[in-house]
Structure formats: structure tokens, C-alpha cells
Design a protein around this ligand. Structure first.
Ligand SMILES: [Zn+2]
Length: 318
């Protein structure tokens, strides 16, 4: 695997799992995981459409022929996770896209998904970040129910219905290696925030299906599998799972408190964003993160903005 050593955008995480930077927004923000088992491969979350050439190049670097990719495991249909699936399906002749039954229709006909994303990001930023969203051929889409399993080479993945971040979200458990691919269900943990205390994590409450009770339950459910590592799309595999789960529970509760506190305020989004930033900023201090204000803003602002939008939408429903 000398090619891998030379490519800083591919990290070998062991057990045939490779972390590929999709190049979304900034380095090490969004990962795609390429799982290789014998002469079979699966791609867990593809990244947005502009990432498709990087993913195809990474397959080449890893020595995987295009016909050997059996599955695209798409944890949910948010475009930083699945936006590039159409391009990859066109390039990977034997691949099937595996989706939650609630998510699949939105990639077979992405009209609503595109409209919803333009609402969140605005037309110009949408085009920049996501490019063209190609529909998936319906006959190559496989939907999986809760606890359904598929095999890749010698390993077995079990799929768990994990609402909370989105209702159409599954997590994929690699039963043979005690790794769970969590999409956005186990929050985001940027490697830049790693300190002697380990990884730093917080939840993602992106519009429009955040559900705090469901998210608490989904996180607890992941723990029942006693994972050694959880591989997050944002960003890569983390250990120290019990502590991170506790952190996530605390953060979800605090985000909800912040949202409720400002529910009736005409300046609600700005107030929620300010409080959320302050809260995360303090937690970063406690975590021993040494980065200055500019660095913190650089790494937190886009999530604080998205989380605020998601809480704002949630408040309209409660
Ligand atoms: Zn998401």
C-alpha cells in the first residue's frame, strides 16, 4: 500500500477501512470511508458530487478496480454524504446504493432534496458546494430495514434505523470489527480539536428533522453494540466512545435549552447562534484546545450556523 502512504488524503484506519477526504468546504471536514474486504469494496458516504473524481482516484490508489465496488452505503441523503452517489453509480458498474427506505426516494428523484438544500444554503453556495445532483437508477437502489444485514467479502454489516439527526438515517455496524459508521448520528468530531484529552465531539442538528429524544435514543442504541470505534463522516474513526456519548447527551440537552430560552425572541437565530458558540467555546477551553478565536470561528462557524437553522425549524414544531 505504498500509494496510500504517499497520498495525504487517504488514511489507513485498519481492518480494511480507509478514510478519504472528500474536500468539502475545507480539508478534513467530510470523510468518505472506503472499506475493502478481499476483492470487494464498499464506500460509506460518497461526499458531495464534486468529490466523485477524488473518490474514484482513491479507489485507484488503493488498487480497487471499479467493478469491485459492490455497495455505496449512504447513511442518509444530506448532500455532503450522498450528493456524489449519482456520479459514482455511473462510474461503478456493479455498485448498488444502500439506503434507508425513507431516504431512497429522494435520491431516485432528487427534486425535493435539491429544493430543500437551496433553501438552507442559497442558490449560489448550493451550486458551488454540490454541483449537479444526478438521480440514482431505481433498480440499483437497495433499501434496508432495521437490523437487516448485508455481507461484503467476509464481513457483515448490520443496519440500524437511527433517527434524531434525520428520520431517514441509518448507521452501519461492521459486526466483525466492532466499528460503527455513524454518518451524522454520533455528532461531529474534527481532528483539529484533538488534545491530550482525546477527541472533542458535538451534535449536528441540521434542518429539517432534528429530534432530540430520538437522537438521545439512537446514541444509546449504538453503545449497546459496544463499538471499539465509531467512524464519523465529520471526521473519521474515534475511540473513547462512552465519554463521547456522554458529551453528546450533554450537548444535545444544552442546545435544546438554548433554543427554548430564545424561542420567543424576534432575534432568535442570532441569539441561539451566539449562545451555542459561547457554550462550545467554553467546552473547548475545558478540553484543553489551544487554538485562538480566529481558529475556533474557522472550525465552528458553519456548524453553529447549520445547527441554529435546525433548532429554529425544530422550535416551530414543538
Ligand atoms: Zn446530515
Amino acid at each position: 500500500m505504498t500509494g496510500v502512504d504517499r497520498d495525504p488524503n487517504i488514511v489507513d484506519a485498519g481492518h480494511g477501512i480507509h478514510v478519504v477526504d472528500t474536500g468539502y468546504m475545507r480539508p478534513r471536514l467530510a470523510a468518505s470511508h472506503i472499506v475493502i474486504d478481499g476483492d470487494r469494496a464498499a464506500i460509506v458516504d460518497t461526499g458531495a458530487a464534486p468529490a466523485a473524481p477524488h473518490i474514484l482516484a482513491a479507489l485507484g490508489t488503493l488498487g480497487i478496480a471499479r467493478g469491485e465496488v459492490e455497495y455505496l452505503l449512504l447513511t442518509h441523503v444530506h448532500l455532503d454524504h450522498a450528493g456524489g452517489a449519482g456520479q459514482l453509480m455511473a462510474a461503478l458498474p456493479n455498485a448498488r446504493a444502500v439506503l434507508h427506505p425513507r431516504g431512497a426516494p429522494h435520491l431516485v428523484d432528487p427534486t425535493k432534496l435539491i429544493a430543500g438544500s437551496i433553501q438552507v444554503y442559497g442558490e449560489q453556495k448550493f451550486r458551488e458546494l454540490y454541483g449537479e445532483i444526478l438521480p440514482l437508477p431505481a433498480d440499483r437502489v437497495l433499501t434496508v430495514q432495521d437490523k437487516e444485514r448485508i455481507r461484503l467479502g467476509r464481513r457483515t454489516f448490520e443496519f440500524l434505523d437511527t433517527p434524531g439527526h434525520a428520520r431517514h438515517h441509518y448507521c452501519a455496524v461492521d459486526l466483525d470489527h466492532r466499528v460503527i459508521f455513524s454518518g451524522d448520528t454520533f455528532g461531529v468530531s474534527y481532528r483539529e480539536f484533538d488534545t491530550a484529552a482525546g477527541p472533542f465531539v458535538f451534535p449536528t442538528t441540521t434542518p429539517v428533522q432534528f429530534d432530540p429524544q430520538a437522537l438521545h435514543a439512537s446514541i444509546d442504541r449504538l453503545l449497546t453494540y459496544r463499538p471499539e470505534r465509531i467512524a464519523l463522516t465529520h471526521y473519521g474513526p474515534v475511540g473513547d466512545i462512552e465519554r463521547l456519548a456522554a458529551d453528546l447527551h450533554e450537548c444535545i440537552d444544552e442546545f435544546v435549552r438554548i433554543a427554548r430560552r430564545h424561542a420567543a425572541d424576534p432575534q432568535r437565530p442570532a441569539r441561539i447562534a451566539a449562545d451555542m458558540y459561547r457554550f462550545l467555546d467554553e467546552r473547548l477551553d475545558q478540553h484543553g484546545f489551544a487554538g485562538d478565536d480566529a481558529r475556533r470561528h474557522e472550525l465552528l462557524d458553519s456548524d453553529v450556523d447549520l445547527n441554529t437553522q435546525g433548532l429554529d425549524v425544530w422550535l416551530r414544531k414543538v
